[in-house]
Every structure is written in structure tokens, then in C-alpha cells.
Design a protein around this ligand. Structure first.
Ligand SMILES: [Fe+2]
Length: 284
């Protein structure tokens, strides 16, 4: 196995939606290691990694099969809303992106790009200002949270009928997984939840697995997925053209603004953990 930092190795990663694992043998990949996925006739799934004799540990959560090449200290994070019976569970399909997984997470946390990348959907000119928000590394749970985020959105969700000052809360659970809570056009007291689980294939190539837990009993599943895919494909164009490709970790390699507070906290948190996979600090 290639040299990978302990912090990236000792995590759970989704490799496929359970429903999409074909019977028989298929290949997959995680952190530069080829995987062989075997689904037996009775449905049992086994995952083998190149160069390792024993099958990898597996978990099933949020409709995905998760595995690890290391020894995670913690279980997969909890998402309380996933258990609420009136939520629409909407897995949006895997998207391969030629970018560092950490860049994908960082882009997900960024509001400043809304008017320019998701024009007339998640943002529009002249409403380009990112209002001040709060960001913290929550030591008790070891997660990064950004709260009190607000942004004016012409079409905040498929179910939105008008422009909306949308509120966001962002949560980064592990270096490669994140979610956001966002104003729900159909409820004044509850939030829509949009998750992004990243499966790093290589330092500069990933599969992104977006999953939503929505309060929307009107829209069809196909239209909800189509809306999310439109947004994510707009992000993919930006992500694949970002330079440098790997996440810069040297101080001041990119000039931060106030809007970047979440990115600064995220990078500090990664550095504290010793995450170098997909960063400029990766050992050659
Ligand atoms: Fe985006």
C-alpha cells in the first residue's frame, strides 16, 4: 500500500450505494488501493483490497456500504434527521470528479461562489455579499461547524416558489464528509439536510456521493435528483479547473477573505489531524 497519513486511513468511506452493488465481482477503489467487491447469490458482500489477505471491515449506513483501509477509532457519524419518518431519503448518484476530495468539501462550505457558479438558482447578482457568520471547531465532537450563515437565493430548492433569504448551518464530520442544514421552503421549524460523502480514489480523483433528507412530499424523486445533479455538475466544472489541483496547506498560499472563515477553520482542523492525502503536503 502507498504511504498515506494515519488520519485519512483511519476513516470510514462509502464505496457504493447498497442498492447498486451488482451480483458477482466488481472493482472499486479507495485511497489509491484497488478493491474487489464480491456480492454472493445470497446477497452477502465481501470487499478485498489489493495486497491484503483478509476482507475489509464493512458497515451499512445511510444506504451505503462503508469500508476502511485503517482502524477507525470512531463509528460512522450520526445524522439524527436520517431517522425521521417523514423525510424523503434521496440518494443522488455517484459523480466522479477529477479533483482532491478536500477541495470538494471546501467548495461545499463556500457560499461566495453561489451567484457566479449557480447563477439564478443558489445566487444572483447583485446579491454577491457573504454576510458574516460563525465558525468553530467543536472539540467535544471533533467536527467543524459554521452557523448563522445566510444567503439570498432565487431558487433555493426545487420546492421554492420565490427568492428566499436562505439560512445555512454547515457541519464537517470527517475530513471527507460534510452536510448542511438549510432553510426548508415547506417548513418554518425544520431544516432540509444535504449530505456530501466523498470517496477519495486517488489524491486528485474522487467519487462524490450526494444524499438528501428533505421535507418535500410534492416533487418527484427524479426531479429532486435532477435539481441536485444540475447544481453538482456546475460545481464539478469549477472543481476540475481549480489550480493547484491539491489543497494548498502552506500559509497564505491563497489570499483569504472574511467569507473564507470556514475554509480557514477546515484547513486548520485538517492540519491538526495530520491529514495530507490530497493536499500539497502529501509525501511524494
Ligand atoms: Fe456549489
Amino acid at each position: 500500500m502507498k504511504a498515506i497519513d494515519r488520519a485519512s486511513l483511519d476513516q470510514w468511506y462509502p464505496i457504493e450505494t447498497e442498492a447498486d452493488i451488482p451480483y458477482g465481482r466488481t472493482t472499486n477503489r479507495l485511497l489509491g488501493t484497488d478493491l474487489l467487491v464480491i456480492r454472493a447469490d445470497d446477497g452477502t458482500v465481501t470487499v478485498l483490497a489489493e495486497g491484503q489477505g483478509l476482507p475489509l471491515p464493512l458497515k451499512r449506513r445511510y444506504g451505503y456500504l462503508w469500508t476502511t483501509l485503517g482502524a477507525p477509532e470512531k463509528d460512522i457519524f450520526a445524522i439524527a434527521e436520517a431517522d425521521e419518518p417523514d423525510r424523503r431519503y434521496v440518494p443522488c448518484g455517484a459523480v466522479t470528479v477529477r479533483a482532491s476530495g478536500l477541495r470538494i468539501i471546501e467548495n461545499f462550505l463556500d457560499m461566495a461562489h453561489f451567484p457566479f457558479v449557480h447563477t439564478d438558482i443558489l445566487g444572483s447578482e447583485p446579491h454577491t455579499q457573504v454576510e458574516e457568520y460563525n465558525v468553530e471547531i467543536r472539540r467535544d465532537v471533533d467536527e467543524v461547524w459554521a452557523t448563522n450563515c445566510r444567503f439570498f437565493q432565487p431558487q433555493a430548492a426545487l420546492s421554492a416558489t420565490d427568492g428566499l433569504m436562505t439560512r445555512y448551518i454547515y457541519r464537517v464530520m470527517t475530513p471527507f464528509t460534510t452536510l448542511l442544514y438549510k432553510t426548508c421552503p415547506n417548513s418554518e421549524t425544520r431544516w432540509d439536510v444535504i449530505c456530501l460523502f466523498v470517496q477519495p480514489l486517488d489524491p486528485d480523483r474522487c467519487r462524490a456521493h450526494p444524499v438528501m433528507y428533505l421535507l418535500d412530499d410534492q416533487s418527484t424523486t427524479a426531479s429532486l435528483i435532477q435539481f441536485q445533479q444540475l447544481i453538482f455538475l456546475q460545481d464539478r466544472i469549477i472543481l476540475e479547473n481549480q489550480r493547484p489541483v491539491l489543497l494548498p496547506m502552506e500559509p497564505r498560499s491563497e489570499i483569504p477573505t472574511r467569507a473564507d472563515a470556514s475554509s480557514i477553520a477546515y484547513r486548520r482542523w485538517l492540519k491538526e489531524k495530520g491529514v495530507t492525502y490530497g493536499t500539497s503536503l502529501q509525501a511524494a
